[in-house]
Design a protein around this ligand. Structure first.
Ligand SMILES: C[S@@+](CC[C@H](N)C(=O)[O-])C[C@H]1O[C@@H](n2cnc3c(N)ncnc32)[C@H](O)[C@@H]1O
Length: 273
């Protein structure tokens, strides 16, 4: 494993994105009081955020299943977050094809240590977790290839779940474009992103203030451009049906219907033509 400096040292008193997210999306078993406090405040400001975090996990599973069914046999999950106790994305992919390879990448050392413990326990053939910065596409791709699990000549399922909203407009466009330029045709981008659409701007501003790092919720039109703008400034992806939709509604709304009110996140799956 290549050593990168973690962006934050381990400090239970300072909220960390990966622990706040776990507190919102699942059991929060690794979240400390400071993380739980941020999660609680966010939920007051944007009530849809907790449901959206949970729906995001369901979206990622559905999208990984769809990509696996379309023949993708290797995945790189950027900003993977903590592993889940029940099932992870490689488990879902491997219900389609048992040899599917998965590399999990995060810039938090604590996250990668959790993954390595889990994958070691599973005897991890075809699975790896690497410490790296998703903001450096060449390095991140090199790390994934160095494990011997990602073959640059084959289509890759690149996962950016709830990640690109940490980047300003120019950085997000440049980074997404660089990844997709580097990957071969048929590669897929599995993408979810916080949205400001339909939310009170004052509540969005207050939520940004309490979040542990800079965050840039975007409108659907801005997110669509990040995915579909043609080169050299965009990745020119073709979106699978139903396109860019509420994170609750990909690939289709659940039978019980999507929760009322504006969603906190949008989701899409793009294919490199
Ligand atoms: C909101 S969580 C999302 C987790 C998971 N992708 C999901 O959608 O369920 C964001 C994760 O991205 C990681 N992260 C943020 N910026 C990163 C970067 N530049 N490089 C690698 N990981 C990053 C955080 O540490 C955190 O674990």
């Amino acid at each position: 494993m290549t050593e990168h400096t973690s962006t934050s040292g381990f400090d239970p008193h300072t909220p960390a994105v990966y622990r706040v997210y776990q507190g919102l999306s699942s059991d929060g078993k690794d979240a400390f009081a400071a993380d739980r406090e941020v999660a609680a405040q966010l939920t007051v400001l944007i009530p849809a955020v907790r449901q959206a975090a949970r729906a995001n996990l369901a979206f990622l599973e559905a999208a990984v299943r769809a990509a696996s069914q379309r023949g993708v046999r290797q995945f790189l999950d950027l900003g993977a977050g903590l592993p889940r106790p029940d099932r992870n994305l490689h488990d879902v992919a491997r219900t389609i094809e048992e040899d599917i390879r998965f590399v999990y990448l995060d810039h938090e050392k604590a996250v990668i240590t959790h993954w390595q413990g889990l994958l070691y326990g599973e005897h991890g053939a075809g699975l790896a977790a690497v410490l790296g910065d998703a903001l450096h596409p060449d390095e991140a791709l090199a790390l994934s290839q160095a494990c011997g699990l990602i073959d640059p000549a084959q289509p890759t399922g690149l996962i950016m779940g709830a990640l690109a909203h940490f980047w300003d407009d120019g950085t997000a466009a440049k980074t997404i474009t660089s990844y997709m330029e580097a990957l071969t045709a048929g590669s897929m981008l599995i993408f979810s992103h916080a949205t400001s659409d339909g939310h009170d701007p004052e509540q969005i501003a207050a939520a940004k203030d309490i979040y542990p790092v800079d965050v840039h919720p975007r409108t659907a039109a801005q997110i669509q451009r990040l995915l579909t703008d043609p080169g050299p400034h965009g990745p020119g992806l073709e979106l699978l049906n139903p396109g860019l939709v509420s994170v609750h509604a990909w690939p289709k709304p659940p039978e019980e219907g999507v929760p009322p009110g504006p969603p906190a996140g949008l989701a899409a799956v793009g294919v490199k033509p």
